[in-house]
Ligand binder design. Structure first.
Ligand code: SF4
Length: 475
């Protein structure tokens, strides 16, 4: 994010949810900065707040609502402050959100990001019309009026309090994204999802799968590589079906091969792969390209076939395990990660035991484990949420403990070996140290020079915990 400019409108943008939302926020930041706004880290400097929201879990929604509730008081003190909500919550429950939070000026759906500068200008204009000048805020309001006047000369305002929600992709040029580092880029290869897993809001919040044309993606990646990008993460809700809407069959393996040919890009990652349609061509492509990282997010969700059916996941646990075995036979050091939901409606002890057993068998390098919460509008929301809270909690704790054991095993297997890392910068826990990722996405902490950020280094792993590998640089 940029620092505050003296004569611009300052927007504080908060991001909730997945990597898709992180990339959306990078695009929104680019749109705002191109339009003449400053995007600021510090809430105290902000003239406007924008929330890029997530509806996938109840907890993410509660975090947004809690923060909006706190900011209601800020509006009482500063009537000129603007509040906007975009992303999945805006798309799915924008009207209700406006009704319950009258201090919110606008909501804007997931595929209308290009409207955000105009919505902010319209809201700011209205707020400034009703703000009273006092001796405490006179200078501030004068600055803001000046900043708004220069925006109005370029941006047509959109009337505030309007609900702009649509799941039709807008064909925005993603190259406006402001990425925090030149060496890594998230690149969206498709938007939306057509799978309709019964617990998931994504198909409603982001619409059906729409792939970006391959040439457009490759052009963007070539430009990123020319600007110093060495690692890319290709994003889609189900990358395995990339291209199906364009050509009637998946072109993801082809896209991976073409991306791997781009000079300068050394590591290629992708997220997320729905297990039901991973292809033999994709497995062979990953096995044969040295640039494609040996890391796959491969969400199992449950080990019980009965629950998988109720989730509309389109595979059985045995089929999933066969695919894991096939991938491991082609890429023996593949690091698997997964998502799990415990306490899905009707989940019995036997169903849960099947999940536990599957987890024991695969020994994931990492897993994200969630307690089921009904999401409004999904098929599963019509089922009774009948697993008691304390049972969900106990199952959640049991899987967390098992995963921690497996992650430690995966980490300990590195002790004594040399690994290559892409240095990210200072460690979040100990800024005296550096932090980086291996190609298999293991987190490594080691001493070094701050200018190493964005470079590849080889380090020797000395010890491991469930959270990270600890290493020393080699000569
Ligand atoms: S594949 Fe299923 S879980 Fe993933 S985004 Fe699509 S509907 Fe949601």
């Amino acid at each position: 994010m940029s620092s505050a400019s003296a004569d611009s409108v300052r927007v504080h943008l908060r991001t909730y949810g997945c990597q898709m939302n992180v990339l959306d926020s990078q695009i929104i930041t680019g749109l705002l900065e191109t339009a003449g706004f400053s995007v600021v880290e510090d809430e105290a400097e902000a003239d406007a707040f924008l929330f890029n929201t997530c509806s996938v879990r109840d907890l993410s929604e509660r975090k947004v609502l809690g923060k909006l509730g706190q900011l209601r008081h800020a509006r009482a003190r500063r009537p000129e402050l603007v509040f906007g909500v975009c992303g999945c919550m805006a798309e799915l429950s924008g009207e209700r959100l406006l009704h319950k939070n009258p201090h919110v000026d606008f909501v804007c759906g997931t595929n209308c990001r290009s409207h955000i500068p105009s919505l902010l200008v319209g809201a700011l204009q209205r707020r400034l019309d009703i703000a009273h000048v006092t001796r405490h805020n006179a200078c501030h309001l004068e600055r803001l009026r000046g900043a708004l006047a220069s925006l109005l000369a370029r941006i047509p305002p959109i009337e505030t309090n309007c609900l702009i929600g649509t799941a039709i992709p807008e064909g925005l040029d993603e190259r406006v994204a402001r990425r925090p580092h030149p060496w890594h880029a998230y690149v969206e290869i498709m938007r939306g999802c057509s799978n309709f897993c019964s617990y998931c809001v994504v198909p409603y919040a982001r619409g059906p799968e729409v792939s970006r044309p391959m040439d457009e993606i490759l052009r963007e990646l070539e430009q990123l590589a020319a600007a110093g990008c060495v690692e890319v993460t290709l994003l889609g809700q189900n990358v395995n079906s990339y291209g199906r809407d364009l050509e009637g069959r998946s072109r993801f393996a082809l896209l991976l091969r073409r991306v791997s040919e781009i000079p300068g890009i050394r590591w290629v990652r992708f997220l997320t792969s729905n297990p039901y349609d991973i292809s033999e061509e994709l497995v062979e492509t990953v096995a044969s390209s040295p640039k494609i990282c040996h890391q796959i997010h491969f969400p199992l969700q449950s080990g019980s076939d009965r629950i998988l059916r109720a989730m509309n996941r389109k595979y059985t646990c045995a089929e999933y395990l066969e695919k894991v075995a096939r991938i491991r036979s082609a890429v023996p050091d593949m690091a698997f990660s997964s998502d799990f939901i415990v306490g899905f409606p009707g989940e019995t002890e036997e169903d849960f035991a099947a999940t536990y057993a599957a987890m024991e068998q695969v020994k994931f390098a990492n897993a994200f484990i969630f307690k089921y919460s009904a999401r409004r509008g999904t098929a599963a929301a019509a089922l009774p949420d009948d697993v008691p809270r304390h049972v969900k909690e106990a199952r959640h704790q049991a899987l967390l403990a098992l995963q921690s054991k497996h992650t430690l095993l995966a980490h300990e297997a590195h002790v004594g070996s040399h690994v290559e890392v892409l240095v990210e910068g200072p460690s979040k826990r100990n800024p005296e140290m550096l932090q980086g990722r291996t190609s298999r996405f293991f987190n490594v902490i080691f001493p070094g020079q701050s200018w190493w950020a964005g470079t590849f280094r080889t380090v020797r792993v000395t010890h491991a915990t469930p959270l990270a590998l600890y290493a020393e640089p080699t000569a």
